[in-house]
Design a protein around this ligand. Sequence first.
Ligand SMILES: O=C(O)CCC(=O)C(=O)O
Ligand SMILES: [Fe+2]
Length: 353
Amino acid sequence: MQEHWSEFRVSNDCRDDAEELRRRLADEGYLFFKKLQNPDKLRALRSDMTRIFYDCGWLVAGTNPMDGIADPAKRCTEGDLEYNAVYHRMYRLESFHRLPHEPELTALAERIMGRPALALPGKKARLWFPKFTEHTTPTHQDFVHYQGTYDALTCWAPVGDCPIELGPLAVLPGSHKTRKVLDHHFSLGAGGLVIRVEEIVREFPELNVPWHTTNFELGDTLFFPALTIHKAMPNRTEDRLRISLDNRYEGEGDDIAQHMLEPHMADVTPLSWEEVYADWKTDDLKYYWLKAKHRAVPRDMGYIEKGFSEALELARKRDKRGILALRRVLLSNPASQDAKAAKAVLDEIGVAG
Ligand SMILES: O=C(O)CCC(=O)C(=O)O
Ligand SMILES: [Fe+2]
């Protein structure tokens, strides 16, 4: 079953018009550009990334790594140790860290914001296996994950064509106008937190509208601020890995949450910048943010903690998703407080960790 969606409004026509860009962003809560990024650079990055996935056994032996044909037996997702191991190998790629600094992205982020912008160091890729749809990125606002400021801009782009069946990002148009962080609940999907749309349309009936998305082609790029509600479409392909980048830009001098200054997922599987930089050929992007003005602020763990307590509650009721979430915490971070709480609940219901 494919849910109803409408095409993004394309904003290439006002790419150089700061005022119109801001007007559209204020109106719809996103800006979408066809072929904004250089496809050759994205293709080169895809080649670097897929070579690693192939070498790690994620892709089917004997296939062309560029085709991203995944071995279903290797299915895993964020939070799983085997995912993080491959992800962090990829995370050492210089090309992966360089792409968000390309002028076609930074200049546009600055034009939209109207001031100098900093690409946050904690760059992110998403590697989604086919037929693993219960782990699809659920409906959410980015502020609960990245914090900093409501004006922080997310920039999402696939590394390869990403038609609807491969699971591109979709946006609920106008949803930034709620002007607040909405209630998020536990979810098994990436990020672990979901907004229940049926709850928000009670308060904001104007959000009872179709999602906006598109069949992304290589180079197509989406920007949106931290309160815009979005989600990923499920990867319903037979065998393709969905590969995408999501990076964030903040106005110079703005607050940056501490975890966004660290390598992504270093809180679950340790990884230092020195390890990331070990094989780099150039130095200009190493610790580049230390030269910029910004204030590092502590991460508010409240959103994640609420989601986790809901997972504990669900597991107590023997809900399969809750149990799976607790097992994942136990495996990935056995020494943590959360793991102790997870173990206690699993013991209580008589389920093995
Ligand atoms: O790519 C995904 O599935 C999640 C990306 C996302 O939520 C974001 O870019 O903020
Ligand atoms: Fe997001």
